[in-house]
Design a binder for this molecule. Structure first.
Ligand code: SF4
Length: 77
């Protein structure tokens, strides 16, 4: 009976730790996304200058992204 209680306690502790770790990873990912968007809004390039491969290209308003989008538009016509 005591052994079963220890097993349940261990399982619960493992579950709490797993959920805490998952929450920390999700919070870190969210914070990174928010930071990236804030930097782009402040006019800072967060990519390596290769706009087409950049994760924020669709919403980026920096000159090189606008130029790259114009290039795509011109090629599509
Ligand atoms: S889309 Fe281009 S200009 Fe904008 S952050 Fe990415 S790499 Fe920099």
């Amino acid at each position: 009976m005591g052994s079963e209680r220890n097993t349940n306690r261990r399982a619960m502790l493992a579950s709490v730790l797993r959920c805490t770790a998952l929450g920390a990873v999700a919070a870190a990912g969210g914070a990174a996304i928010v930071k990236r968007r804030r930097l782009v809004a402040a006019g800072v390039c967060v990519g390596d200058g290769t706009c087409r491969d950049c994760g924020v290209w669709a919403e980026c308003g920096l000159p090189q992204a606008l130029t790259a989008r114009r290039g795509d538009h011109a090629r599509a016509q």
